[in-house]
Design a protein around this ligand. Sequence first.
Ligand code: TYD
Ligand code: MG
Length: 455
Amino acid sequence: MAKAKTAYVCNDCGAEYSKWQGQCTECNAWNTLSEVRLASTKSAKADARGGYAGGGSALVTPLAKVSESEEQRTLIGIGELDRVLGGGLVRGSVVLIGGDPGIGKSTLVLQALAALAGRSKTLYVTGEESLGQVAARARRLGLSLDAIDALADIGIERILDTANAQKPDFLVIDSIQTMYSELIESAPGSVSQVRESAARLVRYAKEAGCAVFLIGHVTKEGGIAGPRVLEHMVDAVLYFEGEAGSRFRVLRAFKNRFGAVNELGVFAMGDKGLREVPNPSAIFLSSHEQPTPGSAIMVTREGTRPLLVEVQALVDQSPLGNPRRVALGLEQNRLAMLLAVLHKHGGFALHDQDVFVNVVGGIRVQETAADLPVLLAALSSFRNRPLGHRLAAFGEVGLAGEIRPVPNGEERIREAASHGFERIVVPKANAPKKAPGGIQIIAVERLAEAIAVLN
Ligand code: TYD
Ligand code: MG
């Protein structure tokens, strides 16, 4: 083995430095550099390029000659998981699944392994639990134990040797933070170990054409523990999220080379493990007997499917000189901007009011179509007047007080209609010529027209 070299890697952006420094000059984050031991300069270069070492000239192929069938997919058989992956498991792909401890990552992969049984050769590597614990869980889930091959180990060299001998089509590493390479001196879980182990697994996946799932822990800030470079190395990053105390779990594609990002898969955790929720709109609506002030239903479109989600606002006189603006499941700055638009173009001053906004069900909404429903919910709470019964809304709000169109308007309207909504407030440019089954379309162009809906 060549003499070990060290480098310093930023945990946030993955930039590499030869000396330690307090601030990363690439991403300007402070105190994010950690020491990484490199096995040799050669492997360091290989890592930086995604894991392929070696010189000499390589074979160049015109893309036209590459047939599409080279991207081979296998349906796992768990619909919501297949959907988030972009239509099944891709041969040779590496998928990172992150989530809080106890959210159900091991349960999900165990169920995936069982679903693939008989069709694909699989191997489950656990570095966290004993084989006894894994078997006990599989039994409790009612899975067939014969179908799942498991290995309890953390030595990445031994695991890769075993994989090379067994030739599985699907390999699960639970978790990447427990893996240990003999080439590197630092402890399991350190940035260098995580990086090296992941690089070796990525290389193995591409060479052997094996699909690999890496389970990763998340840090308090919600990123995957270890360097961000992990996210660059893999083909897809899925986050498994859920609200404390809720049995619903959402699997979200944060990055996907083979499918849509922000695609959501929804599961419910029960005593027999995770169950799919194929029609999730219903769970994100809390049921109010009477129309309630401060509640609005939005039609968001995460990934490739529209979802009805309730957004709640509480606007109340603030005892503080500097009133609070709290947004859960939405971007804080966006809320501040919307309140400014509401003042300037709607004439409602909320600057002595605390404003709390929450998206029901613990999901995060990132698209601008949420603007209009958020504004309507805030205004409804401020004036203590409920929005009409069975009313939904979507639309982007511009700084000039205009209501701007968003993609896939008709699909959103259809989703609302299919859930029994009777009226929907939409941007004028999104209004279809003919409304689908029984829903009244209220097309608005300016904020003032949207506010009039409340009266
Ligand atoms: P687990 O898959 O071990 O989580 P992770 O691997 O993400 O740490 O899930 C453990 C949690 O799920 C635990 O709190 C118990 C719960 N659970 C159920 O409610 N029902 C079940 O059938 C199983 C297997 C787990
Ligand atoms: Mg686990």
